[in-house]
Ligand binder design. Structure first.
Ligand code: BGC
Length: 812
């Protein structure tokens, strides 16, 4: 069953039934100021950091689901309703939610009145704008009342949820005209406040939550709205909110706009106050003045649309398959922007409190984003590298607000450093900016020990070289990419985290074949980079280690039919036919085939066939098989999950593209695309009831074949699946790949495709690419024409001339 449809022309997903199987959300803002918004206007807002600068409160995992948000209540006589259906849940005559590129438009209609709310964060603005348009479609004059509602969070979203002995006494607001200011803790250590305003005079307001709702009422029945009369309350402690009341009269056919702005301000210490206890409102007023008319708001939305027109014009495909085109051209790229902004911090599955930016996550996210705004990717690379330690190790996560490594989780995840090579190389291949390698970058944010970014790559590579285990394979540390394969963290205490409990690395023999494959791929990239920089000795040294690793993998990482996953603490194989459970894993087979290890001897084909046979399922490739059915203390969290979920034999979508790329290495386009379609959300729209999460974005995990309900997705939005799928499909399957000296065209498509067209803007020129497939091939090129002339290779040069160039590639 479907709950809406794709409107590709407007780049929107249109939800027509508010009872989606799970809140289907969108993100507003793409730089500093952000909101999450569901199809029924649930969600919350923050500035930069969802933990430390939470502006509005949210209740996770509540009853009912998705409680709290940016609500409007319409009181029309005795009828009370909300345009997004929730929270009132009054049956609407019509409902529609359009999630677009960083904006959401929710429209509800009841008894001849339409309420349309456009929510967005204008570019370069620390505020969310909400344009409420009320229209009278009836034949009589209508008098209605509108109540807005948001609930302030007391800034730190973690302590906001636990420290009530303090919180209930600190809340402070200030009200001036139609603007409600939230200034809790402003008089002491905070230099920021927030505000919520509307651009018309109001009939009244409320800022005390219990007075507004009544102590025992829910979001669905605020007492003030039922009574139709604001109480003009001023919050002192307890739970401050902001609600405006507006009386509106509408003639038949008349429409009126009301512009609400929810904003955030920072003031310097000596500019904090206007007078004693009265906050300096100058900056808030400046922002309000920018958005106080419909025309200004419409212009700001038009600017946002233009911004996205531009970003999404960089890579477009025309394959003739709508489901593919819309995901590649619109939603996958959009999701890559979102994962770039948030890593794994704030979604409807990530609370925004637990995790900051992941070192490995953010590097991988760059691969799907770097073509959009390379300058921001550059800055991110420097930020990430600044949290690295001098020995090449690094913090596993850092906080976006202060960009400092997170001590709670610490380091010791031995795959982490290698991803910095991926992030950096992706950036240079896109931009040609080798200068980034000369940037001086601190270690652990200590500028006194800064070294060049290039040196950071060297220590990243050497971190593996310096941490090899008994077989010569990389030691795994706390975990590799699979956070849940905790081979050194023996935990039998349910009160501790699997990852941060003791790390018994002393005497450990736990090695990762996945890191080994990763090391080969990014070691080669690093060697290649060294050669380009004329550092041939370094390149030779690196290549030696890489070659050795290839041998070691063949010797100790091969199980006869596939690549094993790891060696455990005691030196026993994991992911081998010898094991009783989890005989085979996806990750090592993905990385070793991407690296082409043993391709000539047929190892890659064998491994990929084993994946097909043992791991593939109707809904994607599961992570391991057979699933673990009991807890293995020496494997850790992976075996804690019920069979078929998450890292225990779930379809962990993030790693499916590794196999797809592996399939392209051996030229098997049919299989690569078959895998792709299984996890690509636009192909799953029809089964939304089962799939549950949004049909426009990837989910991290889909329940695997051993699960109770195979096919049910979880953890949508913030997942490396976004960048990896974009990378796999655009660079390896459609095969348009930025390289140091140009754009490499090397498609691997299904044999029944006749071809496709694509446009790629790359280093200052536009490449109009046509791939034709007259002989039903998957891979291999017989002819290349550039600007109508034969071209000797499939590497199309950098033109950088601001012009369009035609590229025709014939498969054969
Ligand atoms: C984490 C990733 C990790 C993956 C697999 C995700 O939740 O963000 O860093 O690689 O899980 O465990």
């Amino acid at each position: 069953m479907k709950y809406g449809y794709f409107d590709d022309k407007n780049r929107e997903y249109v939800i027509t039934n508010p009872r989606t199987p799970w809140p289907w959300i969108n993100y507003l803002g793409n730089e500093d100021f952000f909101s999450l918004i569901s199809n029924s206007a649930g969600g919350y807002t923050f500035y930069k950091d969802a933990k430390f600068r939470r502006i509005t409160r949210y209740r996770y995992n509540n009853v009912p689901m998705d409680s709290g948000g940016k609500y409007f209540y319409i009181k029309d006589g005795e009828n009370i309703w909300s345009p997004g259906w929730k929270p009132c849940k009054t049956e609407l005559d019509s409902y529609e939610c359009r999630h677009g590129m960083n904006y959401t438009n929710i429209r509800g209609e009841k008894n001849g009145i339409t309420a349309n709310v456009l929510y967005f964060v204008p570019l370069k603005t620390w505020a969310e704008v909400q344009k409420l348009t009320l229209t009278n479609n009836s034949k009589t004059v209508r008098k209605i009342k509108v109540f807005s509602f948001i609930e302030w969070c007391l800034w730190n979203a973690a302590s906001d949820m636990e420290n009530f002995q303090r919180n209930f006494s600190t809340g402070e607001v200030e009200i001036e005209g139609s603007v409600i200011y939230h200034k809790t803790e402003y008089k002491e250590r905070r230099d920021h406040y927030a505000y919520y305003s509307v651009n018309v005079p109001i009939q009244g307001y409320d800022t005390d939550r219990e007075s507004f709702f009544g102590l025992y009422n829910g979001f669905d029945e605020p007492q003030v709205v039922a009574e139709g009369k604001p109480k003009n309350t001023e919050a002192h402690g307890w739970s401050p909110i902001a609600s405006h009341c507006i009386e509106v009269e509408l003639k038949p056919g008349e429409s009126k706009d009301f512009i609400f702005v929810l904003g955030y301000v920072e003031n310097k210490e000596d500019e904090k106050w206007e007078s004693k206890n009265i906050i300096n409102k100058k900056k808030a007023k400046e922002t309000l003045a920018k958005f106080n008319t419909t025309a200004k708001v419409d212009n700001a939305l038009a600017d946002l649309r233009k911004y996205w027109d531009n970003l999404l014009s960089i890579y477009t495909v025309n394959s003739g398959d709508d489901k593919l085109d819309r995901i590649v051209n619109i939603w996958n790229q959009y999701q890559c922007m979102i994962t770039f902004c948030f890593s794994r911090s704030a979604s409807f599955f990530e609370s925004g409190i637990g995790r900051g930016m992941g070192f490995r996550d953010s590097n991988q996210d760059l691969t799907g984003f770097v073509h959009q705004i390379p300058e921001r990717a550059r800055e991110r690379i420097i930020d990430i590298a600044s949290t690295q330690f001098q020995d090449g190790g690094c913090y596993h996560q850092y906080q976006p607000l202060n960009k400092r490594g997170n001590n709670d989780i610490g380091g010791g995840f031995n795959d982490d450093p290698l991803w910095l090579i991926l992030g950096t190389v992706s950036y240079i291949k896109e931009t040609g900016d080798f200068g980034i390698l000369e940037e001086m970058v601190p270690f652990d944010n200590d500028i006194s020990v800064a070294r060049s970014l290039f040196d950071h790559l060297t220590v990243s590579f050497d971190h593996v070289v310096n941490n090899l285990g008994p077989h010569g394979l990389p030691l795994i540390g706390r975990a590799d990419w699979n956070d849940c394969l905790n081979l050194n963290c023996f935990s039998n205490d349910p009160n501790e985290s699997f990852q941060t409990t003791e790390n018994k690395t002393e005497g450990s023999k736990a090695e990762s074949v996945m890191i080994a494959g990763l090391f080969v791929v990014y070691g080669r990239d690093y060697a290649n980079l060294c050669n380009r920089l004329g550092k041939h000795n370094e390149a030779k040294r690196v290549q030696k280690h890489v070659d050795k690793m290839v041998d070691v993998i063949k010797k100790y990482g091969w199980d006869g039919e596939w690549f094993i996953r790891a060696y455990d603490y005691y030196g026993r194989k994991i992911g081998s036919n010898e094991n009783e459970e989890a005989k085979i894993f996806i990750e090592s087979n993905g990385w070793c085939t991407m690296a082409g290890i043993g391709k000539e001897e047929g190892l890659c084909n064998k491994a990929l066939n084993a994946v097909k046979e043992r791991l593939d399922s109707k809904y994607g490739i599961v992570l391991n098989n057979p699933a673990f059915t009991k807890y293995y203390i020496e494997y850790g969290e992976i075996s804690s999950y019920p069979a078929g979920y998450k890292e225990n034999a779930g379809v962990f979508c993030h790693n499916n593209p590794w196999i797809m790329i592996g399939e392209t290495v051996v030229g098997n386009g049919n299989r690569a695309w078959e895998y792709y379609r299984k996890i690509c959300p636009s192909y799953l729209e029809e089964i939304s009831d089962l799939h549950k999460t949004e049909p426009y974005v990837y989910a991290q995990m889909v329940a695997g074949k051993d699960a109770f309900k195979p096919g049910e997705a979880k953890n949508s939005w913030l997942t490396g699946t976004a960048s990896w799928n974009f990378y796999a499909v655009t660079q390896y399957m459609l095969g348009i790949r930025p390289d140091y000296d140009g754009l490499l065209i090397d498609p691997c498509i299904p044999t029944d495709w006749k071809g496709f067209k694509a446009t790629r803007k790359f280093r200052g020129a536009t490449y109009r690419i046509e791939v034709v497939n007259p002989n039903g091939k998957s891979k291999g090129i017989s002819e290349v024409m550039v600007d109508g002339k034969p071209h000797k290779s499939n590497l199309i040069p950098v033109f950088g001339d601001g012009k369009e160039h035609s590229v025709k590639v014939v498969l054969g």
